[in-house]
Design a protein around this ligand. Structure first.
Ligand code: ZN
Length: 302
């Protein structure tokens, strides 16, 4: 049996919001079993559950909303929580965005390592994909299909000499997430950044929290991985699929997808009753929970 997990103790950090450019205080607080991941906007007193039903926007980042109040750029924190296997946590934020930090999930992984993880007395249930589900928008697609583990295969291609094609496929475990996915940063094209700024977005964006791709190369000094871009897309997908509310046993194959398509395929899965079932951990997950977590957390804190 694998049990639901929360944090051992409360942790906090401060950073700026990517779009507003304003400082935000983030607190991660242990929560009881079945609480799920819930965001609390302490500045306005509204709580927003991290579920597909609360998606409020997906333009460049995933926004959740409830009662007319929203919390933006949730996906990197959700990816870290899901990647390390945290089921129940209260996330307090005193502004409209989760801090962007370095544009990756690595600082959240370190924060979770600082908090430590604690099992709760309720078994964790997984969403096991039983039938293939696909969403296609022109040349973009996202497909979920049955698999014994949570796996992601991702391919991207842009009309830019640096980014014609990148593809990566991996099994997502706490260890692979920490080492291969969490450090990959958000990226954007210089021409796009200029447009976003003109419309009052990305005001907090800088080379400190995003990889910026110019006409002839990357403006930052160096990349963290040669294929950092596709790794970040996997990071985003892990964060968006966390909105299913249960860890996934299945494989996502995505081509040139993004937040909207990640959510659409997840929504289609939940809307197709014979395409999935809720199951307790199998032998694979029991072994993964026992073996993978400890070294992953050590690596994150190193
Ligand atoms: Zn992202």
């Amino acid at each position: 049996m694998v049990y639901r997990r929360t944090l051992r103790r409360e942790v906090a950090c401060t950073g700026i919001g990517l779009h507003s450019g304003r400082p935000v205080r983030l607190r991660l607080i242990p929560a009881p079993a079945e609480h799920g991941v819930r965001f609390a906007r302490t500045d306005v007193g509204v709580e927003i559950p991290a579920t597909l039903a609360h998606i409020g926007g997906q333009d460049h980042a995933t926004t959740l909303s409830s009662a007319g109040v929203s919390i933006g750029t949730v996906e990197h924190l959700l990816a870290a929580l899901s990647g390390l296997g945290v089921d129940d946590v209260r996330v307090e934020v005193d502004g409209p965005e989760v801090p962007v930090l370095d544009g990756s999930a690595a600082p959240f992984v370190i924060l979770l390592h600082e908090a430590g993880l604690r099992p709760l007395a309720v078994p964790r249930l997984y969403i096991k994909v039983r039938k293939e589900i696909e969403v296609v928008h022109g040349s973009k697609s996202a497909r979920l299909r049955p698999a014994d583990h949570f796996e992601v295969g991702y391919a991207i291609g842009f009309d830019h000499p640096l980014l014609r094609h990148q593809a990566l496929s991996l099994r997502v475990t706490p260890r692979s997430f920490t080492e291969a996915i969490a450090p990959a940063r958000t990226f954007g094209f210089l021409r796009e950044v200029e447009m976003l700024r003109k419309s009052g977005l990305a005001l907090g964006g800088s080379l400190e929290n995003a990889v910026v791709i110019g006409e002839t190369g990357v403006l930052n000094n160096k990349l963290r991985f040669e294929d950092e871009f596709v790794r970040h897309k996997i990071l985003d997908a892990v964060g968006d699929l966390a909105l299913l509310g249960h860890p996934l046993l299945g494989r996502l194959d995505a081509t040139r997808a993004g937040h909207a398509l990640h959510a659409a395929v997840a929504q289609k899965l939940l809307a197709t009753p014979d395409a999935f079932e809720l199951v307790p951990a199998g032998a694979h997950e029991v072994a993964a929970a026992a073996v993978a977590t400890a070294p992953a957390l050590r690596a994150a804190g190193a």
